[in-house]
Design a protein around this ligand. Structure first.
Ligand code: GDP
Length: 327
């Protein structure tokens, strides 16, 4: 299938073409990279946009249960939903977090849902690029909502927030007065905090936990991208499918407000700028990691160590040898 055909099929919402295109953007081969870039460029004029929703939470909090219920809720509203994942640890567990077929079983059978496991890559930067490009492909294939899941570890939340329009943080009900060890930086990224498992014996605890987080959110500095009252904390039960409608209404309120205020477009522009610089950084770093470059760097490092060359002169030699410096 050539790029033109792949483009046409994706625009016609052909799922097999979409899956194939995602495989293409996941490939590290130079010729595939070039094809992927051409395909993404060919799809851009269609200008389709989904609501990109990032979702983070520690293992066990109920992310897959929530995505399944919420995904089914959205397809029930006539919307088409794609689910992607950023899972920097997937190579360790020998498969992706979404690779397990038992996860999201109902949603994966829904014709209006498309679920794609995280590519197995150790390098977060690599996973980030592939996921971001997969998001763009899903948008071109006219999905209304793209959910991007990540495990709440390390840098992956930041990466997902940088490719999302909305960022949801899923938390579990917590006993005691202590807020769970949620880092301030992660709280500050959240548009909605969803305290899951607000059902049965856990309901009262969930309600208390939610009030605690609502209080904590009020202490944060007001962000320009928020209307009055946001970010918010609310309770949901993924298992009992409760609170989903309310959560969706809150998301829509945010989206509507941000679109009207120009925040939506400016955030997307900022993100595009960020990813361009990030891409460039990665490409330059990759040039420093070729065997040839490493050989030269090691030789120069020895001269620097012997005090026969200054660190900056040595760096200059490497930089001028890079493709980028030669124009
Ligand atoms: P993940 O690791 O974040 O993807 O979490 P899972 O979706 O696999 O859920 C972890 C556990 O929490 C499972 O045993 C779920 O059945 C349970 N769980 C998920 N959502 C709810 C909920 O809304 N209420 C209750 N009581 N349990 C839930």
């Amino acid at each position: 299938m050539d790029i033109t055909e792949l483009r046409d099929r994706i625009l016609k919402q052909d799922r097999r073409a979409l899956a194939r295109a995602i495989t293409l953007v996941e490939s590290g081969r130079a010729d595939h990279r070039a094809e992927a870039a051409a395909l993404l460029d060919a799809l851009r004029p269609a200008g389709r946009q989904a609501i990109r929703i990032g979702l983070s939470g520690t293992p066990g909090v109920g992310k897959s249960t929530f995505i399944e219920s919420f995904g089914m809720f959205l397809t029930g509203q006539g919307l088409r939903v794609a689910v992607l994942a950023v899972d920097p640890s997937s190579s360790r567990s020998g498969g992706s977090i979404l690779g397990d077929k038992t996860r999201m079983e109902r949603l994966s059978r829904d014709p209006n849902a498309f679920i794609r496991p995280s590519p197995s890559q150790t390098h977060l930067g690599g996973v980030a690029r592939r996921t971001r490009e997969a998001v763009a492909l899903c948008e071109a294939a006219a999905f209304d909502v793209v959910l991007i899941e990540t495990v709440g570890v390390g840098q992956s939340e930041t990466v997902v927030a940088e490719m999302s329009d909305l960022f949801l943080l899923l938390l579990a009900p917590a006993g005691g007065d202590e807020l769970q060890g949620v880092k301030r930086g992660i709280m500050e990224m959240a548009d909605l905090i969803l305290v899951n498992k607000a059902d049965g014996d856990l309901k009262a605890t969930a309600t208390r936990t939610c009030a605690d987080y609502a209080g904590a959110l009020r202490l944060l500095r007001k962000r320009p991208q928020d209307p009055e009252g946001f970010p918010k904390a609310m309770t949901v039960s993924a298992i009992e499918e409760k609170g989903l409608q309310d959560a969706w209404e809150q998301m829509n309120e945010l989206v509507t407000w941000r679109r009207a205020e120009g925040q939506w477009d400016s955030r997307r522009s900022e993100q595009a700028r960020h990813w361009f610089v990030e891409e460039l950084r990665q490409a330059v770093l990759a040039q420093l990691e070729t065997p040839q470059a490493l050989g030269e760097i090691n030789g120069l490092a020895q001269q620097v160590a012997d005090n026969s060359l200054s660190p900056s002169a040595a760096a200059e030699q490497v930089l001028s040898a890079l493709k980028i410096a030669q124009g």
